[in-house]
Design a protein around this ligand. Structure first.
Ligand code: PLP
Length: 429
């Protein structure tokens, strides 16, 4: 975009957003205002990669009060997605049973085809639901396991999933075999052999968290899956944090079953998720919400969720458009670049400990940092006051640090504030 048109466009959208103090900004005492920086950047606009990302930032309703570096929790939606939700919701409210069930409902099959394009699988292997927890619990509770059957999982998996497996252990007498990692690990063989050590003739399924939410560690899913499949063990992949973050096709992970949240890296509406079941496995996996024939091989049997927001589901279309507009490789490269940018500036300080893998093969946007002999929550508090950086302190199974997660709308200027905050805290007594 040429400088002049970029400025006109920028001016028209910021008038209602960044430059106008919001109620929250007033409440927080106007402690963070990045509008000046953005204008300075655009004055130098030259069609560079940084300008592209600055324009992507304008597509989001970024907070003028805080710097959100906890995109590892949930992602915001670009305005086009927010507007689509509002539009479909208003339409639904004109006559819900007509517009939701007869009109908007017609959009699910085209959406399934479109999703299959970015997921790299067949459309009839994908079901829409509300989040990763729902997708993965459909699998965990739908598998035909009996007392004594073994499941291999890790201490670093997501708590909802661990709790679901523990409930099956309690209810059905299955046996959980735990792998306990000391991340970061930048060695495929070390990770694969830790899983493989737990495999035996009683093992029925391995649970792989593709990207560990606590520190962004990527696991070599395909290599673990190959080992499992060679012994007749099925593979469940938790793709909550990797989908639309790292470019891949779901089948390339070696997954028989896969679940993700679309409100994380796809930036789809809050409460949107996806279940993948390999075509040959659908008839044997029970749905969580019964609907007709439980042995049907139609993926739609997992969508019998009762009344829910069809507005949210349809607006996923707009999130896919936005994602494809950026491009999967370009997005991943940027996310890694942002993580690398701040990591490089703090990692050599003697009091700083980096808890995420530095190598791009094993990481993306998510990082985790701690100051030696200090509590993660104290660093997180220090970053919020005075820098207004929102992050999250993590204390979970061998991982202790502050998780830092930028997103496509994050600027390097914001990361410079993060770096300043981390180094100041590292130097403090
Ligand atoms: C690895 C992992 N799995 C599952 C989930 C559950 O996601 P949701 O809360 O969207 O169901 C999360 C959420 O952060 C996660 O990080």
């Amino acid at each position: 975009m040429h400088r002049r048109s970029a400025l006109q466009w920028f001016g028209s959208i910021t008038a209602g957003t960044v430059l106008q103090p919001s109620a929250t900004l007033k409440a927080l005492g106007n402690s963070y205002d990045n509008s000046k920086f953005q204008i300075d950047q655009l004055n130098g606009a030259s069609g560079s990669e940084e300008d592209f990302w600055l324009q992507i930032r304008q597509a989001y309703s970024v907070s003028a009060s805080i710097i959100n570096l906890n995109n590892g929790g949930v992602s915001p939606q670009p305005r086009v997605v927010q507007e689509a939700v509002e539009f479909y919701n208003r339409l639904s409210n004109e006559a819900p049973s007509y517009y939701m069930w007869r009109i908007i409902d017609q959009g699910r099959e085209p959406l399934r085809d479109k999703m299959a394009r970015i997921a790299g699988c067949q459309a009839d292997e994908l079901a829409f639901n509300r989040n990763s927890s729902e997708a993965l619990e459909t699998i965990i509770f739908g598998l035909r396991l009996k007392a004594g059957d073994e499941v291999v999982l890790t201490k670093q998996d997501y708590p909802n999933m661990i709790n679901a497996w523990k409930q099956r252990e309690h209810r059905d007498g299955i046996v959980l075999k735990w792998v306990n990692f000391n991340f970061p690990i930048q060695d495929d063989d070390e990770i694969v052999s830790a899983f493989a050590k737990e495999f035996n003739s009683k093992t029925k399924i391995v649970h792989i968290t593709h990207m560990i939410n606590w520190n962004g560690q990527l696991l070599p899913s395909k290599k673990i899956a190959d080992k499992a499949h060679a012994m007749g063990i099925e593979v469940l992949v938790d793709g909550a944090h990797s989908f639309a973050h790292i470019p891949y096709s779901i089948p390339d992970l070696g997954a028989d079953y896969f679940g993700t949240s679309l409100h994380k890296w796809l930036s789809a509406p809050f409460g949107s998720g996806l279940l993948y079941v390999n075509k040959s496995k659908i008839s044997k996996l029970y749905p969580l919400f019964a609907g007709g024939d439980p042995e049907s091989s139609d993926i739609r049997k997992y969508e019998n969720l009762g009344t829910r927001s069809f507005a949210i589901e349809q607006a996923i279309n707009h999130a896919i458009d936005f994602y494809e507009m950026i491009g999967p490789e370009r997005k991943y490269n940027r996310l890694y670049e942002l993580q690398h940018y701040w990591t490089e500036k703090v990692k050599d300080h003697p009091n700083v400990q980096i808890n995420h893998p530095i190598n791009k093969r094993y990481s993306g946007a998510i990082g985790n940092v701690v100051i030696k002999n200090k509590k993660p929550e104290d660093l997180a508090s220090f970053l919020f006051e005075p820098y207004k950086i929102h992050s999250v302190a993590i204390n979970w199974e061998n991982i202790h640090g502050v998780r830092i997660t930028p997103n496509v709308y994050t600027t390097k200027h914001e990361l410079d504030k993060l770096v300043k905050g981390i180094l100041e805290f590292a130097d403090s007594k």
